[in-house]
Design a binder for this molecule. Structure first.
Ligand SMILES: [Zn+2]
Length: 281
């Protein structure tokens, strides 16, 4: 495992919000350039609800896909009823459904949990000889620890991937069951071999563990945007990781009664671990 710094603009977090806002908002769908809601700040990570509400079974949409795209052009998440894994890349929201096939959801589709940001590359590193998910995390953690573990990081890793083990899950109907039980019953795993594509990853600091999962979370999509899912394991010889560092956070919460009744202080660490890794071990 070896990491070479190719170029790094960090720690100069970009403060040119107004000029970058213009380009970031001109998504390929081009609908948001004059929206008042557009562009809170390009170094803002936007979150829909909490991982903790999702883990406990709050799967109703909080905002639409169309609304989500106003808050970022890269990110992760899921859809109403946990109907697959969300990959947001270059302003497009992709939905990897249960068998790993990627479809384009309509803007009216809704989102119970997601994180997005506007990607602006602060650094680029080459990742080499990555043999496992643990090695990928170690490589990226080396960057995080040298630049500040208490910030938000988004990576896009593009390259040729000999092996990606991924998963998605079948959509749920009410009454919803907790997410670890969904994964035990309805998770479907698949392996991608020798695929060009992109891994989108997001890192949350340890202090975010009441709102999200601390550490890294990765989703994969093939270069032709036909297949993808939540990454469980990966290996590759060499790939370039563009890294965006963010120092602002914004979250929207559901107002409805089901959400208000939830105990979001409950410790769900084990359920998160099982959900993220797909392993009861
Ligand atoms: Zn995921």
């Amino acid at each position: 495992m070896k990491m070479n710094l190719i170029r790094a603009g960090f720690p100069g977090l970009c403060l040119m919000v107004s000029c970058l806002c213009f380009s970031a908002c001109s998504s390929q769908n081009g609908a948001y350039a004059d929206s008042e809601d557009c562009c809170v700040g390009n170094d803002t990570v936007y979150q829909v609800a909490q991982l903790h509400s999702l883990i406990q079974g709050y799967y109703d949409g909080v905002i639409t896909v169309g609304e989500l795209r106003k808050h970022g052009n890269i990110g992760l998440g899921t859809f109403q009823g946990v109907n697959g894994e969300m990959i947001v890349l270059d302003g497009t929201v992709y939905q990897a459904v249960s068998d790993g096939t990627v479809v384009l959801p309509p803007d009216s589709e809704t989102v119970p949990f997601s994180n997005v940001t506007f990607f602006e590359e602060d650094a680029s590193i080459e990742l080499m000889n990555i043999g496992s998910m643990a090695e990928l995390k170690d490589s990226l953690d080396a960057f995080v620890s040298s630049h500040g573990k208490n910030l938000f990081y988004t990576v896009r890793i593009t390259g040729e991937f000999p092996y990606v083990k991924a998963r998605s899950e079948r959509a749920q109907k009410k009454p919803y069951i907790p997410l670890d039980e969904v994964m035990a019953r309805d998770q479907i795993e698949f392996a991608f071999r020798n695929q060009r594509g992109t891994i989108v990853g997001m890192y949350f600091p340890g202090f975010m563990d009441k709102l999200n999962a601390a550490g890294w979370h990765f989703h994969f999509i093939t270069e032709d945007r036909s297949k993808g899912g939540h990454v469980m394991d990966v290996s590759f010889d060499s790939a370039v990781a563009g890294i965006d560092v963010a120092d602002e956070f914004r979250m929207i919460m559901p107002k409805d009664g089901d959400y208000q009744k939830m105990n979001l202080e409950k410790n769900v660490d084990e359920a998160i671990r099982v959900t993220e890794t797909g392993s009861k071990d």
